[in-house]
Design a protein. Sequence first.
Length: 313
Amino acid sequence: MATTTSIPTYTIIQADGLYPDDVVEQKILNEAPTHEYRVRYVQTDLWPPGTVDAKPWSAIEKALRDEVDGIMVLKMRFTAEDLALFPKLKVIVRMGVGYDRLDRVALAARGVTVCNVPDYGTAEIADHALALALSLRRGVLLHHDHQRGPQPSPWAYIESPLVERIQKSTFGILGLGRIGTAAALRAKAFGWNVLFYDPYKPNGTDKALDVERTKDIRELFRRSTTLSIHCPCTRETRGMVGYDLLSLLPRGAVFVNTARGEVVDLDAVERCLKEGIISGAGLDVLPEEPIPEPAHPLIQAYRNKEDWLTGRK
C-alpha cells in the first residue's frame, strides 16, 4: 500500500514592503529541490519606501496573520500587543543589526526566536559617519550654503569656524562594534588619532587595531574634537549622551550620530550648539522617527535655515 507524506508549508511575511516585487525571494525559498517543506512568502506594505507613517500590524488580514510562522521586518516596531495578533509566530528576523524595535521580553516569553543580520550596513554606515564628519570638519556644508545665496561669497578661512586640520586631532568613538571598528579604520586612514570607549570589548582590542582605548567615558568626551556614536540602543544607553557628557567636548567639536537617536538627548545637542561647545552636528538618526509635528526646536531651526545653524547641521 502506497503512502504519501504531506510536506508542511510555512508562511513568511516581509512586513515593510520594501521592494516592487518578490521574484528573488520566491526563487530562493521555493526552488531548492532538497527542501522538506514549502514556503509561502508574502510581502505586505505596512511601511513602504517614501511613506512617512507605518500602518498598524492589524492592517494585515486576519486570515493571513493567523497563518504566519515567520516575520521579516526592517523599520516596523513589534510590541507585545502586536505579538498577540500572530498566534502561530515562531521566528522574527530584524533585517538589520539592532533589536531595539522589537519587544524581546514578550517574544522570549512566547518562545519566539529573534534573529538579526549582524553585518547589515557595516561599511555603508561607517562611510556615512565619516562623510558627515568630513563634510562638517572641512566646512563643505558651510561653503555650499554660502554659494547658494544671492551674493556668493569667496572662501575665507576666518569665516569657516568648523574647518580644522584632521591630522593628529582626535576622532572619538563611543561603541566599537562592527560599525564602530569600520569607522575607526576609516578615521585612521584620514590621519585622525582614534580613541574609543567600549567597556564590553576584550583587552587587546586597541592593540590589534592600533588605536587608543579609554576606560573612562568622560575622558572620551574631554579629548575628542570629533565624536561619533556607534553604540546600540539598550536600557543602559538610552538617553546616555546628555549635556553632562556633551559639555565636556573641546570647544568647537564636531558631533556625529549614525547609531540610534534615542541614545542622545536632542535638547543637549541644541544647547551645546548654541553655546559653541559643538560647532557642527551630523545627525543621521533622531529620538523619534518619523519626526513628529511640531518638530523639535532644533529640527525646526534646521528646516527654517536659521542663520545660527548655517553649515553646522
